[in-house]
Design a protein around this ligand. Structure first.
Ligand code: HEC
Length: 190
């Protein structure tokens, strides 16, 4: 066999393997988005309703109420502002906590406080939903938006809205479940 044809065969074999893993990857991806506790179609639709209610309540967007910016802690960003409010989605009115996350590194709270038009890099939200939504975790709907209201994604490409990441060792629920008093809130316990 010539060197050339061996190479060709290897390339075909490689392509076949790549094809198989591609198909498996796709199947796993589909299963994930159907079974995952967050990032599904319903979560995304609900997050859009939430963003629009937050905009009306002046808790996000260019017309948002500004409050004092403070130095952030990991993983939330370098400078933060946190607002508490109430919004109604469908039949349910609940408390919402909205955190504006500003960067980049090196930014100071003074710079954010003095910049009336400052846009956040991300907006993280906890919305206390109706009983039965997620009774094990205080019925909180979690979301991480980018400054423009689109949803941020995790490294696997899953949109960050819903029960993030229920049952897993890391993520919103895992970390916030360690807050004092078991209420998933850090700031009001500090
Ligand atoms: C590794 C731990 C950790 C993870 C993961 C985490 N947070 Fe937080 N979060 C904190 C800490 C600590 C605070 C309080 C300090 C601050 O303001 O950053 C906080 C504060 C908040 C607050 C203000 C209310 C409060 O608890 O006092 C919101 C809203 C929030 N986080 C949303 C989220 C969302 C949404 C996610 C997931 C996309 C998330 N967090 C992931 C640690 C975490």
């Amino acid at each position: 066999m010539s060197k050339m044809s061996v190479l060709k065969k290897r390339m075909i074999a490689l392509a076949a393997v790549a094809g198989i893993t591609g198909a498996v990857g796709l199947a796993v991806g589909t299963a994930n988005s159907q079974m995952a506790p967050f990032g599904g179609d319903e979560d995304v639709a609900y997050s859009q309703q939430l963003w629009s209610a937050l905009t009306d309540a002046k808790l996000v967007g260019d017309g948002r109420i500004r409050t004092v910016a403070y130095e952030g802690t990991e993983p939330h960003g370098f400078v933060l502002e946190t607002l508490y409010g109430q919004v109604t989605i469908g039949e349910h009115t609940g408390t919402v906590i909205v955190k504006q996350n500003y960067g980049p590194e090196g930014l100071t709270p003074e710079q954010v406080n003095n910049d009336a038009g400052k846009k956040p890099a991300a907006v993280t939200v906890m919305f206390f939903r109706e009983a039965g939504y997620d009774d094990d975790n205080k019925n909180i709907f979690w979301a991480k938006f980018l400054g423009d209201g689109s949803l941020d994604k995790n490294p696997k490409g899953m949109q960050l809205a819903g029960k993030i990441a229920k049952g897993m060792d890391a993520g919103c629920i895992a970390c916030h479940s360690g807050a004092d008093g078991g209420d998933y809130e850090f700031l009001r316990n500090m």
